[in-house]
Design a protein around this ligand. Sequence first.
Ligand SMILES: N[C@@H](CCC(=O)N[C@@H](CS)C(=O)NCC(=O)O)C(=O)O
Length: 100
Amino acid sequence: MALILHAGSTNKNAYKALIAAEYSGVDVKLVEDFQMGVMNKSPGFVKMNPIGKVPVLETPDGPLFESNAIACYVVRLKENNPLLGSSLIEYGRVEQWIVL
Ligand SMILES: N[C@@H](CCC(=O)N[C@@H](CS)C(=O)NCC(=O)O)C(=O)O
């Protein structure tokens, strides 16, 4: 079953998770008919992210916010995912691009 990502379809921060998902073979879908400034301010959304910002990913273990954290979570869902690197220098290089 797909993990649901809360954000609009043109949100650049949501693209990080969607691209990571595509490269990792993980099923992530944007929530339908997202309306910025409306849905992300609803009580249900604020329970998922108290600062009311997108993206937020619904996971089986609860919601996750911050796009970099979401992208890393998605990548780690695939065992031995080469996107994570396989040596200290590769881990560092992955990290350096994530925090930019
Ligand atoms: N550092 C956050 C930034 C989140 C963020 O600023 N999202 C904007 C849209 S790109 C937002 O939800 N703005 C709505 C608001 O501030 O009310 C991330 O990478 O997820």
